[in-house]
Design a protein around this ligand. Structure first.
Ligand code: ADP
Ligand code: ADP
Length: 239
């Protein structure tokens, strides 16, 4: 079943001398349980595409369908209801995590904000479960993000992203800031979770090698457009 579809999606930004065509007519389709790798040079529009797909920004034109429903033309209430189904993991965990908050509280945050639980202590068991799912030892529970290495910080972000049982996660360069030795660990974690939780990924990266192993399908972007969309096998096949 198709989980996500974009139809001639455009996102233009107003800049000093006109319009910047960050995303310029992208039509893609992602099946449930699949990983779509989105690759291309820096500045080609990958992150913008990710933000618009998640409903964090409104497109200039075109449509985004999630489970067949437009998240562009639906009302705010409907969009809010869909939000827990779509999460994002960013490149730099230090940037997306408040360094004054302990690991336990960082992971409890989405649960409390979305009123899954009323109090931290009620959320405790679920937080521990999420830590385990993300491969974080309980001994890190009361530590702060900057006391942990990059890989463990990214595991906190993974635990937070899983908290609301999403259908889809946009991974925006999730391993690019990590030591090479840790990159494979995080990629393996994401792949294991995909299988156990039936997740669908949009995996954004400038590094074609990273998506080779994990993507079912690859979209190659250039200047805001998707210039190639094919199965991973086709893209890497020798002519
Ligand atoms: P990528 O993720 O492939 O590096 P981005 O989506 O970040 O590309 O950016 C695509 C283009 O849109 C770039 O030229 C970038 O400078 C521009 N851009 C992104 N966000 C904004 C914004 N909020 N305002 C103006 N220009 C933007
Ligand atoms: P409502 O239909 O409830 O009035 P709107 O769809 O008009 O809600 O939008 C409400 C708010 O959400 C506005 O601030 C708007 O900029 C923002 N918004 C609308 N569509 C999107 C979208 N696809 N992605 C992100 N924000 C959006």
């Amino acid at each position: 079943m198709t989980l996500l579809e974009t139809k001639d999606l455009k996102k233009y930004y107003d800049v000093k001398n006109g319009k910047l065509h960050a995303v310029d007519g992208v039509s893609i389709c992602v099946e449930e349980g699949e990983t779509l790798g989105v690759v291309g040079e820096s500045g080609c529009g990958k992150s913008t595409l990710g933000r618009v797909v998640l409903g964090l920004e409104r497109p200039t034109s075109g449509d985004v369908l999630f489970q067949g429903k437009s998240i562009v033309s639906c009302g705010r209430a409907e969009r809010k209801k869909l939000r827990p189904n779509m999460q994002i993991i960013f490149q730099d965990p230090l940037f997306s995590l408040d360094s004054r908050i302990q690991v336990l509280d960082l992971i409890a945050e989405p649960l409390l904000i979305n009123k899954v639980y009323r109090t931290r202590s009620e959320a405790n068991d679920r937080v521990k479960e999420l830590m385990e799912m993300a491969g974080l030892s309980p001994r890190f529970a009361s530590m702060y993000p900057n006391e942990l290495d990059g890989g463990r910080r990214q595991r906190i972000c993974v635990a937070r992203a899983l908290a609301l049982n999403p259908r889809m996660i946009v991974c925006d360069e999730p391993v690019s800031a990590l030591d090479v030795s840790i990159q494979a660990q995080i990629l393996n974690l994401l792949m294991d979770l995909q299988e156990s939780m039936h997740l669908t990924y949009v995996f954004i990266t400038h590094n074609l090698a990273v998506v080779k192993h994990i993507s079912t399908k690859i979209a190659v972007m250039y200047l805001g457009q998707c210039i190639e969309l094919a199965s991973s096998r086709e893209i890497f096949e020798h002519p």
